[in-house]
Design a protein around this ligand. Structure first.
Ligand SMILES: [Zn+2]
Length: 170
């Protein structure tokens, strides 16, 4: 099931849009630079917030805050993709600074990538192939943001702009 942008809310009860409930409950931690969730957490220490889910009997489900934050900023997360943390801070909801905090990672079932994709390797991402270069150019031409593509393909925005300008992998 593709996840849409989370909107609200509890059935039959007036509720503010999720962005108005999420961002005010985050704060920048000066010690680590993270934008930390300060509200409720689940048993694994991850931030959770109620989002609308019509398939649930009560019309709501608890979703991880960093995923909700990602969708609010970047749009829907493709099925099966994970939002990972460079900062190793599960409460961090900084989805803008994808070089240092949250980034779009691989597929949930891909334990191989998960274990190899540690902090030290995280920023290098996957090898860039001609196919990826072609897709990036096509999507840039279609109006997508370099920042979004950089996060999706686990590369720096600088690399995306080099690809765009045909400075590399021409
Ligand atoms: Zn962080």
């Amino acid at each position: 099931m593709p996840r849409g942008v989370y909107v609200s809310d509890k059935r039959g009860r007036k509720s503010r849009p999720v962005e108005e409930r999420l961002w005010p409950r985050t704060g920048r931690n000066p010690a680590n630079g993270c934008l930390e969730w300060t509200g409720g957490t689940n048993g694994n220490g991850r931030g959770v917030i109620g989002v609308r889910d019509a398939s649930r009997p009560n019309g709501i489900r608890m979703e991880q805050t960093h995923r909700v934050a990602w969708e609010l900023v970047h749009g829907p997360i493709s099925e099966g993709r994970q939002i990972n943390h460079h900062c190793d801070n599960p409460l961090c909801c900084d989805v803008v600074d994808t070089e240092n905090h949250c980034y779009l990672g691989g597929y949930a079932g891909n334990n191989q990538e998960r274990s190899e994709h540690g902090r030290h390797h995280a920023r290098r991402g996957k090898p860039i192939t001609q196919a990826i270069v072609a897709e990036i150019r096509r999507r840039l031409a279609g109006g997508e943001q370099g920042k979004t593509l950089a996060a999706e393909f686990l590369m720096s925005e600088q690399n995306v702009s080099r690809i765009k300008l045909h400075q590399t992998w021409a």
